[in-house]
Design a protein around this ligand. Structure first.
Ligand code: FAD
Ligand code: ZN
Length: 469
């Protein structure tokens, strides 16, 4: 049975692109953080949407599950198969064509396997900006970005992957191609199928192509690091910056002193650029469609007001691209420093922006009460209400021992999020890791609608089973 299936796959994609030897499959089976290695009947590497459709049809006929896979940088075990060895991995790694770039419509049409950085580069080559940007951009694919509705550092100004996508091409679980590659900014013709596939983590179909929005490149951008007393002051500063800079405020990232000390410890070439220590820091970026000078003026005026209102204790302004990169490096190295420090319990949550300070105060207090001296590594995209709220063991306690508290700590953090009407996943999605949490925090009505959609589109249950639902 599986021999017939594999032979059919070879006829469709070519034997070179149907991997079955353990060594050939290995690179596709382990998740990014190396926490889990699954097994697969085969790894399929189609060349184009027509081959994807034929392969999915073969899977449907043989009732074989498939796991769509892009750059495998997802953080919730969504793109690796389970341990059964019964599913195939469908990797889009050969589908990397930039299909078209329309500078008048300001759109780019791409294969879903395109690496994010290549799309940014193709846009830049034509004087345009594709603003989706995240630390995994050298490896992640646009198909994966859309399937996880990825965010990153420019959400404040440009939105998530969802907001950047105008049209999709999708292979359905029946092996049909839905060509929805319309570059329209307005289209009110019934249910929005595009939005159904975005953020579906490969459970409803395989995205094979996308039309994405392009923007003008800013003429100038300036970055500053502001030292301040508390998350509450950071929220007041956010408001002040938004009032003063409007859409020119393109980045607003909160980092606690503990985060930057962690970076300085593990990356000594990245010291915190203040003589004195402060409880919190905000990395902010202002971009201008006029000039570099305009961006500098905007940020200087806003910071003057912040100092007058006692919201900022100190600030450094980057005066060159290199200095600006160095400030962003501080932010980008927090996850790396955490990884170097050892295992911790991660949460990628979102809250109404106005609830963030209360959430941090009360959750920090509950954790200290129940797990004295535990270390909270809290940083994130404050402007989007999105925090990385990670919990590490007290100094000296073995990490594995502390990780035994994972369920209890998840419950404290996620109950706090729920009480604020927030979300337990703002970025990474549900995958195989957070299914139980999804059931705990979504209402029955919401879950029933999600299950009904899944059953209607994928009645055989072959599309990335065991993920999300
Ligand atoms: P994969 O990991 O291959 O897949 C992710 C999910 O999408 C899986 O469920 C998979 O089945 C599905 N999928 C993949 N391709 C397709 C397709 N063509 N059709 C249907 N389903 C598909 N996320 C953020 O939101 N913001 C960040 O700032 C951010 N930073 C990150 C930094 C690092 C260093 C890393 C490792 C990850 C980060 N992430 C971030 C996580 C983020 O989800 C991924 O980086 C990225 O969006 C996934 O793309 P990928 O191609 O690697 O997808
Ligand atoms: Zn993030």
């Amino acid at each position: 049975m599986s021999a017939d299936f594999l032979q059919r796959c070879c006829q469709i994609a070519g034997a070179d692109y149907v991997l079955t030897a353990a060594a050939d499959c290995a690179p596709y089976l382990t998740d990014w953080r190396g926490r889990f290695t699954g097994r697969a009947l085969a790894v399929l590497r189609p060349a184009d949407p027509a081959q994807v459709a034929q392969l999915v049809r073969a899977c449907a006929d043989a009732r074989i599950a498939l796991v769509p896979q892009g750059g495998r940088t997802g953080l919730v075990l969504g793109s690796v198969p389970d341990a059964s060895g019964a599913a195939v991995v469908l990797s889009l790694s050969r589908m990397r064509r930039i299909r078209a770039l329309d500078t008048v419509n300001r759109t780019i049409t791409v294969d879903a396997g395109c690496v994010l950085h290549d799309i940014q580069q193709a846009a830049a080559d034509q004087g345009c900006l594709f603003p989706l940007s995240l630390a995994a951009e050298g490896s992640c694919t646009i198909g994966g970005n859309l399937s996880t509705n990825a965010g990153g550092t420019a959400v404040l100004r440009y939105g998530n992957a969802r907001e950047l996508c105008l049209g999709l091409e999708v292979v359905t679980p029946h092996g049909e191609v839905w060509s929805g590659l319309r570059g329209l900014r307005k289209d009110n013709t019934g249910y929005d199928l595009r939005d159904l596939f975005i953020g579906a983590e490969g459970t409803l179909g395989v995205i094979t192509g996308a039309v994405l929005k392009l923007f003008p490149q800013p003429k100038g951008a300036i970055t500053a690091l502001v030292a301040l007393a508390s998350p509450r002051d950071a929220l007041a500063l956010l408001n002040l910056m938004q009032d003063h800079c409007g859409a020119s405020l393109t980045g607003f990232e909160l980092m606690s002193d503990f985060c930057l000390r962690l970076v300085a410890t593990h990356f000594p070439h990245l010291p915190t650029p203040f003589v004195k220590r402060h409880p919190q820091y905000v990395l902010l970026e202002v971009s201008s469609s006029e000039s570099e000078r305009h961006a500098v003026n905007l940020i200087e005026q806003a910071l003057e007001q912040a100092v007058e209102r006692d919201l900022a204790d100190d600030a450094v302004l980057a005066t060159s691209n290199a200095q600006s990169r160095a400030l962003w490096h501080l932010r980008e190295h927090i996850p790396l420093a955490q990884a170097a420090a050892g295992k911790n319990i991660k949460h990628d949550i979102s809250l109404p922006v106005s609830s963030i300070a209360d959430f941090i105060d009360s959750t920090d207090a509950t954790l200290q009460q129940q797990f004295p001296a535990c270390q909270v590594v809290c940083f994130g995209h404050l402007g989007d209400g999105n925090l990385h709220y990670n919990v590490a063991p007290p100094d000296g306690q073995p990490h594995d021992q502390f990780l035994a508290n994972q369920d209890a700590i998840n419950r404290i953090v996620h109950d706090g999020v729920d009480a604020c009407n927030g979300s337990i996943s703002a970025e990474h999605g549900i995958g195989a890791l957070k299914r139980d949490d999804l059931v705990r925090y979504k209402s029955k009505v919401e879950l029933d609608m999600m299950r009904a959609i899944k059953a209607a589109l994928d009645p055989l249950g072959i599309m990335n089973p065991g993920k999300v639902l």
